[in-house]
Design a protein around this ligand. Structure first.
Ligand SMILES: C[S@@+](CC[C@H](N)C(=O)[O-])C[C@H]1O[C@@H](n2cnc3c(N)ncnc32)[C@H](O)[C@@H]1O
Length: 200
């Protein structure tokens, strides 16, 4: 019998958590758009903050879900574009919804992107990073794939989001029903730290 070392155990736990997240989003995919008004409003806000015109070789939307943000970007700038998500069910929905657009739909994880270094000029992600085990790994991967002079724009949720829901569930059964989100101060600290020196 081989003893598992702690890093190996952590990797297996991370893998099984990611599989559960992917399965849950795949199962929810067919009804996702009907209940995604908040997600679309957040994506619209991100769109408004991104450069309006850019000469780009390619862009990627990480955790693209059913493809709302990446398709809006293709409308604005043209293709080619990549919509990447960990949940195949979400990508099936995206493929159907945006058939005919020059978007490649790729199954993959934000923390280990299946993309070549320096291959995209715009990396976007909306409301997906909070599902990652490590913000640092997401940032490292985004920095690896973006070309010099390129852009990264992302939105995420911070501590305090859905606090009312959490409070209400606490009174129902005392269990945790809402993700634990990063404190805003920790997010800012991580973004400000030089890449090799980020807090973990
Ligand atoms: C709340 S949805 C947001 C989807 C879309 N960006 C939007 O704004 O409607 C979160 C998405 O992130 C994806 N996701 C979660 N963890 C991921 C990971 N580690 N890598 C890539 N995608 C991930 C989920 O499958 C899901 O489609």
């Amino acid at each position: 019998m081989t003893a598992m070392t702690p890093p190996r155990r952590a990797a297996v736990a991370g893998e099984s958590r990611r599989r559960r997240i992917a399965d849950a989003f795949s199962r929810a995919a067919s009804g996702y758009d009907g209940a995604a008004q908040l997600q679309q409003a957040v994506a619209d806000d991100l769109l408004a903050r991104l450069p309006q015109s850019a000469s780009r070789r390619a862009l990627v939307d990480i955790g693209c879900g059913t493809g709302y943000l990446v398709s809006r970007l293709v409308e604005r700038h043209g293709g080619p574009a990549i919509g990447l998500d960990i949940a195949p069910g979400m990508l099936d929905q995206a493929r159907r919804r945006h058939a005919g657009r020059s978007i490649h739909w790729v199954t993959g994880c934000a923390e280990s992107l299946p993309l070549t270094a320096g291959s995209v000029d715009l990396v976007v992600s909306s409301l997906a990073v909070q599902w990652c085990d490590s913000l640092e790994d997401f940032l490292r991967e985004a920095a690896r794939v973006v070309a010099p002079g390129g852009w990264l724009g992302f939105t995420t949720l911070c501590e305090g989001t859905l606090a009312e829901l959490q409070w209400a569930w606490q009174r129902v059964d005392g269990a945790v029903h809402v993700n634990e989100f990063l404190a805003e101060s920790r997010l800012v600290e991580t973004l400000r730290a030089p890449a090799g020196d980020r807090p973990r």
